[in-house]
Design a protein around this ligand. Structure first.
Ligand SMILES: C[S@@+](CC[C@H](N)C(=O)[O-])C[C@H]1O[C@@H](n2cnc3c(N)ncnc32)[C@H](O)[C@@H]1O
Length: 262
């Protein structure tokens, strides 16, 4: 049976593809949109998928927020990873519950949240960030998803190395990943997975040559292009606008240096 929505639940109020709001259901409060307002307590007792009518007679659907819905509402003091890149990242890092992951830098915590969500409840993310302001914003963002218990946020420079050992995966999203590759190598389990995200080609070149030097194998770099479609009968065509470039993803596996065959 569908669970009934109660006070304290967070819901997504959906008007159309472009207009949607993440709202906490609170007692005695109104929620205002350009299409009128609703009394939030009117949502209590409804099931996800039901709708409410605003003061101007418009219909808002009450949806259970997905991870992507919530990530879209994260505050972003930094560039963040987009869902298209996060999807492949989670697969290529081979993340599943129980895995332990090092990340640098935390930024706004968007990737941290996606990784924590994949490894919870028995796994953990150790996320390094040099900028205290960003780290605090990430903490605030992660608490919205109740993911903080699966994350250790560290105010530390990744170039100084990582405290954890034998981690399953490392993800690097910082300006000079090539300076951190050897630190990642030291802390990964044999055959562990490494990923790096960089917006420019020269960053990727430097990072890949450091990966080769350090003993990583199975190195591949790609760029993901996501083109949305406007589907109307007889007029099906791509959307005019798209996010043309986010960055390049590089993936690699750790080979053990002491193996006499290497
Ligand atoms: C593009 S942001 C990361 C965004 C993040 N992946 C997200 O999805 O929200 C890069 C971050 O790396 C941090 N950073 C840069 N150099 C660093 C270093 N040496 N150690 C730790 N963090 C670093 C920056 O302060 C910045 O917050």
């Amino acid at each position: 049976m569908n669970r009934r929505i109660g006070f304290g639940d967070t819901v997504l109020l959906y008007l159309d593809r472009k207009r949607r709001w993440l709202v906490k259901v609170s007692e005695g409060k109104q929620f205002h949109t350009h299409r009128g307002f609703i009394e939030l307590e009117k949502i209590v007792g409804k099931s996800f998928g039901d709708s409410v009518i605003t003061s101007t007679g418009d219909k808002l659907y009450v949806l259970k927020p997905t991870l992507v819905d919530i990530l879209n509402f994260f505050e972003r003091p930094t560039q963040v990873l987009y869902p298209k890149d996060l999807g492949l990242l989670l697969l290529k890092l081979d993340l599943e519950p129980g895995k332990r992951v090092i990340e640098a830098g935390t930024g706004s915590g968007v990737a941290t949240a996606a990784i924590a969500n994949a490894v919870k409840p028995s796994g953990h993310v150790y996320s390094y960030e040099v900028n205290l302001e960003f780290l605090n914003k990430a903490r605030q963002n992660l608490s919205r998803l109740d993911l903080l218990k699966y994350v250790t946020l560290k105010h530390s420079d990744a170039r100084d190395g990582f405290d954890e050992i034998d981690v399953d995966a490392v993800f690097l999203d910082l300006g000079d990943p090539w300076n951190v590759v050897s630190k990642a190598y030291l802390k990964l389990k044999g055959s562990g997975t490494l990923a790096s995200f960089s917006p420019t080609m020269n960053q990727v070149e430097k990072t890949v040559s450091m990966m080769k030097k350090d003993g990583f194998i199975d190195i591949e770099t790609c760029e993901l292009l996501l083109r949305h479609m406007r589907v109307e009968e007889g007029r099906f065509r791509p959307e005019t606008r798209m996010v043309a470039h986010t960055g390049y993803l590089t993936f690699a596996r750790k080979a053990n240096r002491e193996d006499p065959e290497v």
